[in-house]
Design a protein around this ligand. Structure first.
Ligand code: CU
Length: 146
C-alpha cells in the first residue's frame, strides 16, 4: 500500500551516541494502513567507536514488541526472517531500508500517524541502550548525502 510521495523532510535531530560508539541516523517508521497492528521501521547505523559492537535487540516503548527482520528472496518471493545479532566493526555500517532489513513492530499503544515522533531503541551487548527519535512518515525520506 503506497500513497503518493508526499515529501516530508523531517530533519532528524542529530546523531546520538551510546552503545559504545553506535550512531543511528535517518530512523523512520512507515505509517501502517488503518487498523494494522504491525508497522515497519528503518534506520542507518554505524560504529563510530574504536571496538567492534553488537546490536542484540531492537524495541520501542510505543509498541508491545519488536524484532529485527531480514528479507530474503525465496522462489521469487520476498520472505521475512528474524535477523540475528548485528556485529559492527569500527567504521562499519548497517542499513535497514525498505525491501531489506527492517524493524517489525507489533501492537502499537496508539495508531502511528504521520507527524508523530515515536522512539526506537537498540540494545547492544555492551553499553547503555541507544534511543533515537522515530518519526512516522508516509514514505521513505529523500536520500541524504553521506
Ligand atoms: Cu518483517
Amino acid at each position: 500500500m503506497r500513497s503518493v510521495c508526499m515529501v516530508l523532510i523531517l530533519l532528524v535531530n542529530g546523531a546520538a551516541l551510546a552503545c559504545d560508539g553506535l550512531v543511528v541516523e535517518h530512523a523512520w517508521l512507515r505509517q501502517p494502513p488503518p487498523g494494522s497492528d504491525v508497522a515497519a521501521a528503518y534506520f542507518d547505523a554505524r560504529n563510530d567507536g574504536a571496538a567492534t559492537l553488537t546490536i542484540t535487540a531492537v524495541g520501542s516503548p510505543d509498541f508491545k514488541s519488536a524484532m529485527l527482520h531480514a528479507t530474503h528472496v525465496v522462489d521469487g518471493r520476498a520472505v521475512m526472517r528474524p535477523q540475528g545479532d548485528i556485529e559492527l566493526a569500527p567504521g562499519a555500517h548497517f542499513v535497514a531500508a525498505p525491501g531489506g532489513a527492517h524493524v517489525m513492530l507489533f501492537e502499537p499503544a496508539k495508531p502511528p500517524t504521520v507527524g508523530d515522533t515515536l522512539t526506537l531503541q537498540l540494545d547492544c551487548r555492551a553499553g547503555e541502550p541507544l534511543r533515537v527519535a522515530l518519526p512516522v512518515l508516509r514514505d521513505a525520506p529523500r536520500a541524504t548525502p553521506p
